[in-house]
Design a protein around this ligand. Sequence first.
Ligand SMILES: CC(C)(COP(=O)(O)OP(=O)(O)OC[C@H]1O[C@@H](n2cnc3c(N)ncnc32)[C@H](O)[C@@H]1OP(=O)(O)O)[C@@H](O)C(=O)NCCC(=O)NCCS
Length: 213
Amino acid sequence: MGRFGWKRPVGLFLLGIYGVIQPYWLVMTAVLESPRGGEGMNDKSQQLGLFEGDIVPVVCRLSPASLDDLSRIESESSQAPWSRKFFAYEFENTFSRTYGARVGAQLVGFVVIHVVADEVHIVNLAVDQRLRRRGVARQLVLEVLDDLHCQGAEWVYLEVRVGNQAAISLYEKLGFYRAGLRRKYYSDNGEDAVLMTLKLGELMARRSGEVAA
Ligand SMILES: CC(C)(COP(=O)(O)OP(=O)(O)OC[C@H]1O[C@@H](n2cnc3c(N)ncnc32)[C@H](O)[C@@H]1OP(=O)(O)O)[C@@H](O)C(=O)NCCC(=O)NCCS
C-alpha cells in the first residue's frame, strides 16, 4: 500500500461515480426546472407552433449505442414493453428506422417507424415520463415526418390503444384522423386499437400555412 493506503481506491471510485452522475444531473435539473412559459424560444420552435418553455430537443437517427436508453424509456412507458432484443432487431431490420430526441447527451424520447414504398408506419413512440407535456413527442414526430416527406413518403399509419388518451390527443393534434378500429389488437389484454392515418402533403400544407400566416 502507498502513502494513501485504502483511501486512494475509495477516492477514485467516488470520483468515478461523480463523473458519471454529474453531467446527467446537470442536464436533467436544467430541463426539469425550466417551467413552461420560460425563456429559450428560437425561430425553429416558433415555426413548430410550440409554447414558450417547451423543451427543444435535437432529433437524430439512433444507433444500437442507444439500446440501454431506449429500454429505460420503454420500460417506464408501456404496459407491454419491448425488450432490448426487440429494439436490437429493429436496428437490423432494413425497413425500420429509430429516431431519438436528445437534450444534451440525454435521450428523452424515441420513435420507431417502418417505411415501405411511400408509406410510413409508426410502430413505437415514447417520451421520458419526467419530461412529458413539454412538446418533445410533437417535435420528434413532426421533424421525422418532415424528413420522410422530403424522401417521398406520402401516408402515415399507426395503431394506438383505445384507452391511450394522451397518445390519441397527440396524434389528433398533429392532424391524424381515425380510420378504423382493430378489434382485440393487443395480445396482453385484448384491447382494441384505433387505426389512425395522416396524409403528409396535407400536414405540410397546413404547417406552411400556419408559418406564413
Ligand atoms: C404519448 C406521449 C408520447 C406524448 O409525449 P409528450 O412529449 O408528453 O407529448 P407532447 O408534450 O408533445 O404533447 C403534445 C400534445 O399531445 C397531447 N397530449 C400529450 N399528453 C397528453 C395527456 N397526458 N393528456 C392529454 N393530452 C395529451 C396534448 O394535445 C399536447 O399538447 P399540449 O401539451 O399543448 O396540450 C407520452 O405521453 C408517452 O410516452 N406515453 C407512453 C407511451 C405511449 O403511450 N406511446 C404511444 C404509443 S402509440
